[in-house]
Design a protein around this ligand. Structure first.
Ligand SMILES: Nc1ncnc2c1ncn2[C@@H]1O[C@H](COP(=O)(O)OP(=O)(O)OP(=O)(O)O)[C@@H](O)[C@H]1O
Ligand SMILES: [Mg+2]
Length: 319
């Protein structure tokens, strides 16, 4: 296998539950050493796909290879080079956090000393240093989630599957998890993560694959995906309705784009390319025109907006 090997290939993968297609024939290629974000709303088929890729579930049709091995014909080989942190944590309640990680390290053939060292590193990394000696039964949901992620990081696998790694985590813990994922990728691991947050895929992934009702509806770089749905926007909310016309003029002139105006909310917005420059220009233009501003923001498109643009329907309807 050379440097151009794909870490994962999927061809026309189908999975049906009863009469409903969970996956209606998906194709996917993830190059080695990259991060792929599988993005989609509830029920899109993300977990089904990850479980098939990680050999936990058999596809009805199609072909999947992971690290060059066929998941159906060569499941044992695939299992040796993948790691998985599922949507529901799989840690042992009776043990404390540190014991869980040491046990995982031992299962992965680390020496006792190496397993303890790795456990302490990971507890630190995932903000669990203090909770390490507490029994997992007493952990909060977010703490369990982080411990489960830490367990999947004990031994850097060649390919790591993370099913919604940061759902339910607060912003600080989310950042810690993102940093840990980046470290792992820097060490050569390929990561496929599912998420419902465009921002998360945008921060981590070089490739975003959007799933909708079991189909791939987009497969592109974050930048191209966002520009396809309109990219970033600058948005201002005014204090005074009589300023609407003046503000619309300023926003149009400074961004060079046609603003959207919500007269009820006193909100004027427009697409921008250079985020900070545009915000600065809009605000100083409004100040020069004596327009009072109640709020100003730079907004990235949300997953809902991406969906609406790509599918013509809201994400929530797909569930
Ligand atoms: N064991 C099962 N039996 C029957 N239907 C299932 C089963 N597992 C999943 N499904 C259905 O398959 C579809 C895809 O589910 P899946 O769990 O893959 O979605 P998801 O994108 O992971 O959603 P979420 O964001 O809620 O985790 C859904 O319609 C779901 O109801
Ligand atoms: Mg899921």
């Amino acid at each position: 296998m050379g440097g151009t090997t794909a870490a994962l290939t999927a061809e026309n993968v189908r999975k049906r539950y009863g009469r409903a297609d969970a996956l209606a024939g998906i194709d996917l290629t993830v190059p080695e050493g990259t991060v792929c974000g599988l993005l989609g709303p509830n029920g899109a088929g993300k977990t089904t796909a990850v479980r098939i890729f990680a050999t936990l579930l058999r596809a009805d049709a199609g072909r999947v290879t992971v690290a060059g091995h066929d998941v159906a014909a060569d499941a044992a080989r695939v299992r040796r080079c993948v790691g998985l942190a599922g949507q529901t944590p799989a840690v042992d309640e009776i043990l404390d956090g540190r014991e869980n990680l040491v046990m995982w390290g031992r299962l992965h053939h680390l020496t006792p000393a190496a397993a303890r060292r790795r456990a302490d590193e990971l507890l630190d990394r995932f903000g669990l240093a203090e909770a390490g000696r507490k029994r997992v039964a007493r952990y909060s949901g977010g703490m369990r989630r982080r411990l489960d992620l830490a367990a999947s990081f004990v031994r850097a696998p060649r390919v790591l599957f993370l099913d919604e790694p940061t759902t339910g985590l607060d912003p600080r813990n989310r950042n810690e998890v993102w940093a840990a994922i980046r470290d792992l990728v820097a060490g050569g691991t390929t990561v496929l993560l599912t998420t419902q947050y465009l921002e998360e895929a945008d921060r981590l992934a070089g490739q975003i694959v959007v799933l909708d009702r079991g189909r791939v509806i987009a497969d592109d770089s974050p930048a191209r995906l966002k520009s396809a749905v309109g990219g970033d926007r600058v948005e201002v909310v005014l204090c005074d309705p009589s300023d609407l016309a003046a503000a619309t003029g300023v926003v149009a002139r400074t961004t060079g784009a046609a603003p959207d105006v919500d007269a009820g909310e006193l909100r004027v917005s427009a697409p921008v390319r250079d985020r900070i420059a545009a915000l600065t220009a809009v605000l100083s233009g409004l100040a020069d025109a004596d327009v009072r501003v109640a709020d100003a923001a730079l907004r990235r498109p949300t997953l809902d907006e991406v969906f609406l643009r790509l599918t013509g329907h809201q994400a929530a309807e797909a569930a």
